[in-house]
Design a protein around this ligand. Sequence first.
Ligand code: AMP
Length: 426
Amino acid sequence: MSTLSLPQERNPEGHMRFEDLGLVPSLLAAVRSEGYSLPTPIQAEAIPRALAGDDLVACAQTGTGKTAAFALPILQRLAAAERARERGTLRCLVLAPTRELALQVGESFEVYGRGTGLSVAVVHGGVSQRPQVRALAEGVDVLVATPGRLLDLLGQGLARLDSVKILVLDEVDRMLDMGFLPDVRRILGRLTRNRQTLLFSATIPEEIRRLAEQFLRDPVQVRVAPVTPASRLIDQSVHFVERPEKPDLLVRVLEGPDARRVLVFTRTKRGADRVVKLLGRSRIRAQAIHGNKSQGARGRSLEDFRRGDLRVLVATDLAARGLDVDGISHIVNYDLPHEPEMYIHRIGRTGRAETTGAALSFCDSTERPLLAAIERLTRHPLRVIGAPTPRVASGGTPARNTIPAARFRDGGRGSRPRGRRLARQR
Ligand code: AMP
């Protein structure tokens, strides 16, 4: 299980305490015994809202403390409810993309809920269904499930969802990547409308926004990405450069004396391979990790990178998910990501644990709207290096001639994440 090294860093105010969130004493004791001194921003934002019964769309990745952000208020609401569980029924369903995550989430519910007497069960594929069926027959307060196995059990008439009052969709972007959204929709179709739904996802692409609009009721949106702990220690700059010049610029960056361990992001797998090849021509050794590489090859590249035997790793966003390597000196956004949240996830991989890091974004004239979206999200203009070439107006997008230059590092703490309501359901 990953650990949060600097929870205080993740709290924009540094003042919010668990006691301020409305949690009951038994849960406060549970977080205390876990050694958590302060709530993380996602916890500070989500817990009071979830306790109030609101639907929630939370943009938060693994490592932000998101599991406790939903588990604590759910345990409290279930423990306080008048109706206890009945045989053969469920009160809360958590859908998770993988067996590992399902087990981890189940364990968190067990740990936090020790003093509540609530029951927790996990169902996932790859193992006998018999114990899972037994648990379901008895009735479960919190069921954590992967979509495939749950649908199997539903198909056999061995699970019922009609009494679920709280639903959590965890790591929905991963469910989307893994092709599980149709399964999730099928499960959602079998739930009653009278429920609370909490959706957690590292990014909210269009498909997930649509899912939220269809299945959630006037959800509060919580984003914690803009207060990534690393932001204070990362020097973020944007380099205006046209596509044909990107390879040369990358070589210049990599030849710099401080480029000790560099992670380069491209949008596509082909792009990643191309960058590796281009660097090879300048005798710079690099390896790519992406979905077309075998698990073994990816693991070896990562290990080399971690050990310091490989200085430059080129990755797609998907392949880099969960990548946890200390001492990355530079992040290079060779292509800007389509989703602004992804920018924050990318740069959060440097500047960890009080070290400094640099995040360089290469922006060609077609990528200017993506840059604008990033700056809107982070509320900080990036430091500009090089002059932007006039944008070739295309598709009616207005040209943008100047981008204010400002350093990210100074006074960057003013951007408190604010809960925001998604557009009302039509
Ligand atoms: P998660 O993002 O839910 O996967 O949590 C990442 C890690 O952070 C887990 O190991 C949790 O035990 C830990 N954690 C969760 N909340 C806090 C907190 N408020 N303070 C310190 N660690 C925490």
